[in-house]
Design a protein around this ligand. Structure first.
Ligand code: F6R
Length: 623
């Protein structure tokens, strides 16, 4: 939530880049993190200049066109997802202090802002917004003009130590135009390293056009970037070093690549996302080797329970993981929404393995749940798509998905990559614990390696799905049913439709129908049914076919997603989308795809902004 970018380069004449260009390019790439308003501040000729505007980045660009800014080589930029205060021009960042000489932007929520504001008002500060950010700005300003005596780094450190909650703060000051200072607690921030220039971003996409070399920061740190240096200190004033890493994708990977929207592009990236996530995971003898895991294999052998923690789409990937891991490893797996987990006194000990699933690696609910589990003695493993992000950094082990940058707010390729990585984890644990024969593991892996080609087949047949989406654009409600691994797929199909097409949609376990939801079925009600493979447990397939008949008998319009050659569904479906055959447990990697295409096409048909749906942001960094 909120995208943050900072830049300092050599003075305008010699610099490769103008600060404004870098900031606006960074904001363009970070806009998926929040798009309620946007703003920039630059420092030139001893003055801080700001432009800010409610609405999307385009509004800010128009504002800058109308009132051009002076050339500058240092600045900060922000794209907002509102928490405190409505998304107005006034509440947009940056916020100013110290008589307009200090500009501050912020991501997160400052929990003690009301107490601090009361103190600052008593000290004579005046506020022009409803934001918690302005409180931070005024506090930094007070230190800058007081005990920190003109030292922005020290003012930031002292102010940050007083703040509670989650924040990334970036500041520039007219009296110290040679630096951008930032601090972070529980909110994302990475540094980008250049030649004679340095960058700050909520994530690396904020500066990927300019450098792929980056530095991770730890919790409770202040970083000062100048043209030549990156200096990090802890909130207690001690010096610290960041961990360097190189970004393994380039700017082109974060472009639309000829598609109309990022979501469409990312749906089409899925064969590669799965393929890359599988890449290099076996040794010459075909045994799985998960090098990045960093948990002693002996410990993994002694795990007595797994708890998967995640939110939203990632939690549905976790539900698929449960079916596969329990089946292959014979270890109980619980799947829990991160935000519910730590408030229910969960039973955890050192034989519990926490597996967190997060595309961004920054979801605050999941981060807090992982921290809680660690405190209780559990081992923690992150399945994550974002290098350098907080959740993997704070976990004992990490298994990276290699889906590449996911820009559309609605998650697609990260979901398939998370499922793929969960399968790898399950198979690896089964191998360690001797729960499957090596040949069985190799067979499953061989089938997994065929999945990218099969996803491509589904994509190639996308026109049939898009046509249906166009025809159904005016439907007020759509239901999704599934059983076994088809159940989380049904919920994911419903979530996609809710979040981008703003249609009421529900996903149900098909077996639950008769316990209530069947009452919703009326003449013409569209119902998608994710049909299990007829090659799996016989009874499962037969039961879902019965469910289709039950809803159809009550007037439903049935649309089925079934395995190629499944003739049993034809008589009871108005439309069938066939996906290629694979092992029953691997089916979600295929059956999800038509549902993604459907939601994407339907939202586009309704004229909605597919990539940036209302009220949402890509990375939920507040609880
Ligand atoms: C839905 C979606 C969200 C995320 C959820 C978790 O399309 O994108 O439901 O899956 O906010 O985000 P991560 O995976 O970044 O922790």
């Amino acid at each position: 939530m909120c995208g943050i970018v900072g830049y300092i380069g050599l003075p305008e004449k010699t610099s490769q880049h103008s600060a404004l260009d870098v900031l606006l390019e960074g904001l363009r790439r970070l806009e998926y993190r929040g798009y309620d308003s946007a703003g920039v501040a630059t420092v030139a000729a001893g003055t801080v200049s700001t432009r800010k505007k409610s609405g999307k980045l385009a509004n800010l660009l128009a504002e800058i066109d109308a009132a051009p800014m002076e050339a500058a080589s240092v600045g900060i930029g922000h794209t907002r997802w509102a928490t405190h205060g409505a998304p107005t021009d006034q509440n947009a960042h940056p916020h100013l202090a110290d008589g307009g000489k200090l500009a501050v932007i912020h991501n997160g929520i400052i929990e003690n802002f009301a107490q601090l504001k009361a103190k600052l008002v008593a000290a004579g500060e005046e506020f022009s917004s409803q934001t918690d950010t302005e409180v931070a700005a005024k506090l930094i300003g007070q230190y800058f003009t007081g005990s920190a005596a003109g030292d922005l780094t020290e003012a930031m450190r002292l102010a940050s130590s007083e703040l509670e909650g989650a924040f990334t703060l970036l500041a520039v000051h007219a009296d110290q135009p040679d630096r951008v200072v930032a601090s972070r607690r529980n909110s994302p921030l990475v540094v980008g390293l250049g030649e004679g220039e340095n960058f700050l971003g909520s994530d690396v996409s904020g500066f990927i056009d300019f450098t792929r070399e980056a530095v991770e920061l730890e919790q409770d740190q202040v970083v000062t970037i100048t043209t030549e240096d990156v200096a990090i200190i802890n909130f207690d004033g001690t010096e610290a070093e960041g961990k360097r890493f190189s970004v393994n994708w380039d700017a082109a990977a974060a472009e639309k690549g000829g598609f109309g929207t990022f979501m469409e592009k990312e749906i089409h990236d899925q064969p590669k996302a799965v393929e890359d996530t599988l890449l290099g995971r076996t040794d010459a003898s075909g045994r799985l080797v998960l090098d990045e895991l960093r948990i002693d294999p002996e410990e993994l052998k002694s795990i007595s329970k797994i708890i998967v923690l995640a939110c939203g789409t990632s939690a549905y990937a976790g539900m698929v993981a449960k079916y596969a891991i329990e089946h292959w490893v014979r270890v109980p797996v619980e799947v829990e929404l991160s935000h519910e987990f730590r408030y229910r006194d969960p039973i955890i000990d050192d034989s519990t393995l926490i597996v967190s699933l997060s595309q961004s690696g920054e979801t605050m609910d999941t981060l807090m749940a992982v921290r809680y589990a660690k405190e209780q003695g559990a081992r923690t493993l992150a399945i994550c798509n974002t290098n350098g992000s907080t959740i993997p950094r704070e976990s004992d082990a990490v298994l990276y998905t290699h889906a590449g940058p996911e820009i559309a707010v609605a998650s697609t390729k990260a979901f398939l990559a998370q499922i793929t990585a969960s399968y790898l984890l399950g198979l690896y644990m089964a191998q360690l614990r001797g729960k499957l024969f090596q040949g069985e593991i190799e067979d499953i892996l061989a089938d997994l390696h065929k999945i990218p080609g099969k996803i491509q087949e589904v994509l190639d047949g996308g026109d049939q799905i898009r046509e249906l989406a166009r025809e159904m654009a005016q439907e007020p409600s759509v239901l999704f049913l599934g059983r076994h691994v088809g159940y989380p797929v049904a919920m994911e199909g419903a979530l996609k439709l809710k979040e981008i097409a703003y249609i009421h949609a529900e996903g149900f376990a098909a077996g639950e129908l008769k316990h209530g939801p069947i009452a919703l079925i009326d003449q013409g009600q569209p119902v998608f049914v994710v049909v299990p493979s007829p090659h799996g447990r016989d009874s499962l397939h037969a039961k879902v076919v019965s469910n289709i008949q039950e809803v159809r008998a009550r007037g439903a319009r049935t649309i089925t997603v079934a395995e190629a050659g499944d003739a049993d569904v034809v008589d009871y479906s108005e439309t069938v989308f066939y996906v290629p055959e694979t092992q029953p447990l691997l089916m979600p990697l295929l059956t999800t795809v038509p549902l993604q295409i459907f939601a994407c096409a339907l939202a586009a048909e309704k004229g909605y902004d597919v990539d940036q749906p209302r009220n949402l942001a890509k990375s939920v960094t507040v609880e």
